[in-house]
Ligand binder design. Structure first.
Ligand code: HEC
Ligand code: HEC
Length: 300
């Protein structure tokens, strides 16, 4: 009896030891991924100053960025959990606490297109793997708009992951939270199709809209990486969209209510930002989704 207890004790001790080692390794991996410095020097792009470009930049900002960085560009807190960490989407203006004070044009390109802060650290949650697809013209317009915005004072502090947050990141529980890790920084620029109500331009909008982060690499649907999120629907004709019309798609994006009266949760599906897109852009997006092969929804 004593002997058995002794062996059980040793077994438990070994088990606890292994768990401690595993957690330690995950902590180390998470820490080194967050602390990694990326030496990426992006090519400079021209930043326009004309009124049409600023208007274009404002349009793209409303559809892509405002949901996280705020309508006034002063930033918002995306995530704040005492056990996991703190992540603000920074103040982009040149007011106190804003990156506009110190960021050069190339720093903005590096942050938006590559997901890397001016000091070389990878930006968390910032969806740069989608923004990588923005053409030089569109990215230039966005940066021009950021630089033209009135300064707002808002000091949000910096991203700070707690040990538990680092472990969860290493375990992949939040998905690809560091775009800098998945972008091929040396890849040649993708071609940018002309603006229009076309399938090609729709593909560009789905890419820059980063829909695949939640809806899956082939858009066939998946469980979103975000904790608590409902299943991200299959957007190919293998899913519910197969029998939607373009008008129904536009209506859904504008109101967050599907043709079946289902309310989409804005905390997980950013329809309130997508709602700012024009009918033409939403139609192009829908045309591209309808052109995809009908893929079966993967089981959860
Ligand atoms: C899903 C939320 C989200 C969206 C949408 C988003 N961002 Fe961000 N962005 C963030 C977060 C979070 C950070 C800070 C990450 C960090 O510090 O690790 C950030 C950082 C940045 C930075 C670096 C400045 C800083 O605070 O360190 C710039 C510049 C930026 N974003 C611009 C944009 C632009 C332009 C768009 C739209 C094209 C955009 N962002 C859309 C979440 C978002
Ligand atoms: C941050 C994650 C996220 C992103 C980014 C995202 N979606 Fe979604 N989407 C979801 C989730 C989650 C749902 C299901 C919401 C619900 O059931 O409340 C959803 C639902 C939808 C629906 C409704 C389908 C149905 O089941 O009725 C459509 C259409 C849609 N998304 C299109 C898009 C498009 C187009 C983009 C890119 C421009 C996009 N989504 C980007 C998470 C996301």
């Amino acid at each position: 009896m004593r002997k058995i207890l002794k062996w059980i004790g040793i077994g438990l001790g070994v088990l606890v030891g292994l768990v401690v080692i595993f957690v330690g390794v995950m902590f180390t991996i998470g820490t080194s991924r967050l602390n990694k410095t990326y030496a990426v020097q992006p090519a400079a792009i021209s930043i326009p100053e004309d009124a049409a470009a600023l208007e274009r930049g404002a349009y793209l900002y409303a559809a892509s960025c405002a949901g996280c960085h705020g309508d006034d560009l002063a930033g918002t807190v995306i995530f704040d959990d005492p056990a996991i960490g703190y992540t603000p989407a920074g103040n982009l203006t040149s007011g106190k606490g804003g990156v506009g004070i110190s960021y050069s044009d190339v720093d903005f390109v590096r942050a938006i297109r590559h997901g890397i802060a001016a000091d070389g650290r990878p930006l968390m949650i910032m969806p740069s793997k989608g923004y990588w697809y923005f053409s030089d013209g569109d990215l230039g317009a966005i940066i021009a708009y950021l630089k033209s915005a009135p300064p707002v004072e808002n000091e949000l502090g910096v991203n700070a992951a707690k040990p538990m947050g680092k472990i969860l990141i290493a375990l992949g529980l939040f998905g690809d939270v560091l775009s800098a890790e998945v972008i091929d920084h040396q890849a040649p620029r993708p071609s940018a199709p002309a603006r229009g109500v076309t399938t090609e331009y729709g593909e560009y909008l789905v890419n820059t809209g980063d829909c695949s982060t939640c809806h899956g690499p082939d858009l066939a649907g998946q469980q979103s990486p975000e904790p608590g999120s409902p299943f991200s629907s299959n957007l190919t004709p293998g899913g519910v969209l197969a029998i939607w019309t373009a008008e129904e798609f536009i209506e859904t994006m504008r109101t967050g209510t599907t043709p079946y009266g289902r309310q989409l949760d804005p905390a997980f599906m950013p329809w309130k930002s997508i709602a700012n897109m024009t009918d033409d852009d939403l139609t192009a997006m829908f045309m591209y989704l309808q052109s995809l092969p009908a893929l079966e929804t993967p089981s959860k």
